[in-house]
Design a protein around this ligand. Sequence first.
Ligand code: NAP
Ligand code: ZN
Length: 351
Amino acid sequence: MIETIGYAAKAEKDKLKSFAFQRRELNDNDVLIEIKYCGVCHSDIHQVNNDWGGSLYPMVPGHEIVGIVKKVGSNVNLYKEGDTVGVGCLVDSCQECDSCKEDLEQYCEKGGIGTYNSKEYDGKTLTQGGYSSCIVVREEFVLRIPENLDLMAAAPLLCAGVTTYSPIKHWKMKAGDRLGVVGLGGLGHMAIKLAKAMSIHITLFTTSPEKVEDAKKLGADEVVLSKNKDEMEKMANKLDFIIDTVAAIHDINSLQLCLKRDGKMIMVGLPDKPYPDVMISNIIFKRKTLAGSLIGGIKETQEMLDFCGEHDIVCEIEKINIEDINQAYERTIKGDVKYRFVIDMASLKKG
Ligand code: NAP
Ligand code: ZN
């Protein structure tokens, strides 16, 4: 077994603390990665707090992992020691069902195995995530990070990047289409950067007046303060698509009114409760679609990383040491992060 150190929550809503555990020895198709940086996704906070139910403890969160290959199993072909790689939200799937065969492992019909907060297919071993010194992953779930990208700033691409890239691709958004992005956080700022690189027209909806200038610098063509009724009314029937990244219950009915006929609203933000008063009439009249989207498959994640390499796209990040993680969670909940915390794992070794 491989001795590993990390930070874990031992129970629901617990503060994260230093935690020693073991990773499996390498199977023939496994890669051992020394973790250099790990992004802090709002999903980590939801899962530590058991917002969605079913959380498993002790839990080492983290699914925006980048690092260096330290060792490979005897059948590994794609990677070698020294390669710069990443791991996102998934570490295994059945590889046999229709979804897996279509490179949509995130929708695996047997249930994909999450990087943390999952049980392996043996039914007992808990997966543990990237707030840790190393990880062992089968090679099919390892991603290659383009060399021109800053490694630390590339980490959040593994979740925030692909979660916003996937709906852009699936719904075939193209240059000149009008896209609304709701919420300027980790996911929202990546939606803007990716859509901008595809010449999609972007309207950002934010609740934070202090983010307006940043949003424009990041690439938003216009910014709407979603709590301002007049500004919202002016947007009626203007958009082809909306990607909603908000982590809490909010007024999605007024957002739907901003879509044109046949417009599509794609939910990626996942609050802890169901939406109480969704106005179905908003989608019936004008034939609109209310949809959802979950991260992205492995092939699509690599495609997104390569796209970011070609277009020099990385995330806006604030580097933290692992001992600051609990404070970072509090700040993320308050929306006080520009625009993703990334943990420098070197701080783990010092601690
Ligand atoms: P984040 O960095 O905290 O950003 C969320 C943003 O939502 C905030 O910055 C804020 O933007 C806005 N917001 C927060 N509370 C709000 C409220 N009460 N009303 C209106 N707006 C509010 O979070 P994230 O990491 O981007 O994640 C966002 C959500 O996506 C989370 O629920 C996460 O679990 C989920 N997620 C889903 C997937 C998927 O596969 N579907 C993948 C990753 C994450 P403004 O200040 O601009 O209003
Ligand atoms: Zn995530």
